[in-house]
Design a binder for this molecule. Structure first.
Ligand code: 5AD
Ligand code: SF4
Length: 444
């Protein structure tokens, strides 16, 4: 989501005549787009801002802007600690970044963090990137992440109403609002016409798409599964993905989409967070371990090929050894292809930050290591299942004697041979080697 927000800011700024710079020395403007999901992300922002203070002493005209969730959360307070910041832009205000920078030029230390209850995601069309994709197809060496031209994010929702006890998102991104179906379809169309092959629909909790506001012109309901079917009709769209889902709202209709929509990739990120009912309850996740496992079974029934991944928090307040063992057991039951795991981190304003029985740092570190090393073993075993199989990959990068691509299951595949192909092409490869984080293949 932050990546997409950065792109929105850069598109909006290019309309205001800004050009993306390559280094700090030549930059007239620096924007830090920030994340506050865990304390570590926030600490990174503060240390970068400390470094920028020195740069600004030498270059007083350089504007410094802090955008995103840390900006939203800290607002004015950020200026107390970092008075050299020119502009603080909240999560709903990034669309006006150009005007806000103009304002900040005459009023340095400008803060724009207002949040609206009934916020409508602006209809911002993506900058057409056909020139870049044409140049890449023609074999030009374009200096930018090549896969970024063919794989794009489209925001379908903003905010979250779930209030999981540990999570700062409902406070930094506001109430849950779904974008209009037509706006989404139009944005996808423009992207695909400009050469994009793969779209990832983005929201904090996509399963509740269309539930909190009207998203169609005729006022009729449109579920997330309906939206997927509509987006999949876009001619030329080869791959469709989405993220993220809360298991509590996962409908059978959505699970069936993996069987029924050919372009919907067999890959699903389904954050479980913990494998103990007691912890899940205190997290306010509203599902049990048994219910989650049932979802996994049904998903695999509809789509046996599906590659599952998840998010895990270790050391949530009150997590006992037995609770944590539940998470380890769940890992062995589901055997995720991959996972993102984190030590619980106190976030300001969240319910869990007031819980008293905090787990020590040492215990959290030990549990995280146990979890991650077991996950690494499983990822390797899972990846070995692909050996000997032929997979269709989308080419992302081509070198003289190498090539990198991605499977529909979201596995990176490296080829170590000369292949005549361009980024954005699809080629069949046979997998002959598996590592923990990637596969090796040869052209068929
Ligand atoms: N501490 C640790 N991890 C967190 N996440 C969200 N909030 C916290 C927190 N306070 C993790 C969850 C979520 C992912 C995006 O970040 O696992 O799914
Ligand atoms: Fe945070 Fe829970 Fe909303 Fe996900 S569903 S953004 S974890 S509050």
């Amino acid at each position: 989501m932050n990546e997409r927000d950065s792109e929105i800011m850069s598109q909006s700024l290019s309309m205001h005549g800004y050009v993306e710079g390559m280094d700090l020395e030549s930059a007239d403007l620096v924007i830090l787009n920030t994340c506050s999901i865990r304390a570590k992300a926030e600490q990174k922002v503060m240390s970068l801002l400390g470094m920028l203070r020195k740069v600004k002493l030498a270059k007083p005209d350089m504007q410094i802007c802090v955008a995103g969730c840390v900006a939203q959360q800290e607002g004015e307070h950020l200026l107390e600690r970092m008075p050299h910041v020119d502009l603080v832009v909240g999560t709903q205000n990034i669309y006006n970044i150009g005007e806000l920078l103009d304002l900040a030029r005459t009023r340095p230390g400008y803060v724009a963090v207002a949040m609206q209850e009934n916020y409508d995601i602006p209809r911002l069309m993506p900058a057409r990137n056909e020139k870049i994709s044409e140049r890449l197809q023609a074999g030009d060496d374009v200096k930018l992440s090549k896969s970024a031209v063919f794989r794009k994010f489209v925001t379908i929702m903003q905010g979250c109403n779930n209030y999981c006890a540990y999570c700062v998102v409902p406070y930094t991104r506001g109430r849950e609002i779904s974008r209009k179906v037509n706006d989404i379809i139009e944005e996808v169309k423009v992207l695909v016409e400009s050469g994009v092959k793969e779209i990832t629909l983005l929201g904090q909790n996509v399963n509740s798409y269309g539930k909190t506001n009207i998203v169609t012109e005729n006022g009729l309901p449109c579920s997330f599964a309906d939206l997927l079917h509509k987006v999949a009709e876009t001619e030329g769209l080869a791959r469709l993905r989405f993220t993220t889902s809360n298991p509590k709202d996962l409908s059978d209709e959505l699970m069936r989409s993996f069987r029924d929509i050919p372009s919907l990739c067999p890959q699903f990120h389904l954050p479980v967070q913990a494998g103990s009912d007691a912890v899940l309850k205190r997290m306010n996740r509203k599902y049990s371990v048994a219910q989650y496992l049932d979802l996994v079974d049904r998903l695999r029934e509809y789509c046996p090929e599906i590659a599952l991944s998840t998010d895990i928090i270790v050391g949530f307040p009150g997590e006992t050894e037995e609770d944590f063992q539940g998470t380890m057991d769940l890992l062995d039951k589901v055997r995720y292809h991959g996972s993102f795991s984190f030590k619980y981190s106190d976030r300001p304003g969240t319910r869990a930050s007031d819980f008293s029985d905090k787990v020590t740092e040492e215990v959290k570190t030990a549990r995280l290591m146990r979890f991650q090393s077991r996950q690494d073993e499983i990822s390797l075993e899972r990846n070995r299942e692909y050996i000997g199989r032929v997979k269709d990959i989308m080419v992302e990068d081509v070198g003289p004697e190498s090539l990198k691509g991605r499977t529909d299951t979201n596995h990176i595949v490296h080829l170590h041979e000369h292949v005549v192909a361009k980024p954005g092409d699809f080629i069949d490869v046979e997998i002959y080697h598996a590592g923990q984080h990637s596969l090796k293949g040869k052209i068929v």
